[in-house]
Write a protein that binds this ligand. Structure first.
Ligand code: CDP
Length: 232
């Protein structure tokens, strides 16, 4: 792994230094996960699904029988929660108080509440901190909603993956999901803090009629154009 640092953010006046970060943002079921995971494998980067961290936090809050609108209780619970990101097969997995929520992150209750919980600044701060910590020691391919716009604004490697609403719905149903993705998209795009936006320097790819491999090839071509040294 190359250890040069291309981007950073200021925290309490100190500059945080990061390894290389590829930001892959986009709406629900746009194909981000498959693309980011495949890309990370090809490049030898660590794959991070930031949505899975928001989902795990939501699951934890629901387990504690806290309503997703109880901001103060949520902040208090998260203050004492031990949130750890662990590497497994070059993918980041989240543990909360030593518990891996596993497939529970796709529970209906999590689907229904994750966009609400993700609106709270205290939650976003914690997740951003976890992502920054990982970028301090690894090259990352991170998927999410605000990765290029807010979490790693200085990375030159930003992609926005989209697809038509019909195609996205079909993809989610093909995964067996019963998720109301249109509702989540609306909440994600309209929230006050870190809404889903296309970062101004992001490369936009409409994946409606592309295969995963075709999207990955487009991204790799763009990365090469941007000067990212790609090991073969
Ligand atoms: O897999 P899918 O695209 O449906 O969603 P996800 O990536 O698992 O993200 C679940 C939810 O987490 C989103 O609908 C957002 O509310 C939130 N999220 C976020 O706010 N910021 C991120 N960087 C990633 C996810």
């Amino acid at each position: 792994m190359l250890a040069w640092h291309l981007s950073g953010t200021l925290v309490f006046g100190m500059r945080e230094e990061f390894h290389r970060v590829i930001a892959i943002d986009g709406p629900a079921a746009s194909g981000k996960s498959s693309v980011a995971r495949g890309l990370a494998r090809q490049l030898g980067f660590v794959y991070v699904n930031s949505g899975a961290i928001y989902r795990a936090v939501t699951w934890h809050i629901l387990q504690k029988k806290i309503h997703p609108d109880e901001t103060e209780r949520i902040a208090a619970v998260l203050q004492v929660a031990d949130i750890t990101c662990r590497l497994q097969d070059n993918e980041s997995r989240i543990l909360i108080d030593d518990v891996d929520p596993g497939e529970h992150v796709r529970d209906d209750s999590v689907n229904e509440n994750v966009a609400r919980v993700s609106q709270f600044p205290a939650v976003r701060q914690i997740v951003s901190k976890k992502l920054h910590e990982q970028a301090q020691s690894h090259d990352l391919a991170v998927e999410g909603r605000d990765i290029g716009s807010v979490v790693f604004p200085d990375t030159p490697y930003k992609f926005y993956i989209d697809a038509s609403p019909e195609v996205r719905l079909q993809r989610r149903m093909a995964q067996g999901g019963r998720d109301e993705i249109a509702v989540r998209d609306r909440v994600d795009s309209s929230r006050a803090v870190s809404p889903l936006v296309i970062a101004k320097d992001a490369h936009v790819i409409d994946t409606s009629s592309l295969t995963i491999d075709e999207v990955i090839s487009q991204i790799i071509a763009r990365l090469a154009h941007l000067g990212l040294a790609i090991a073969s």
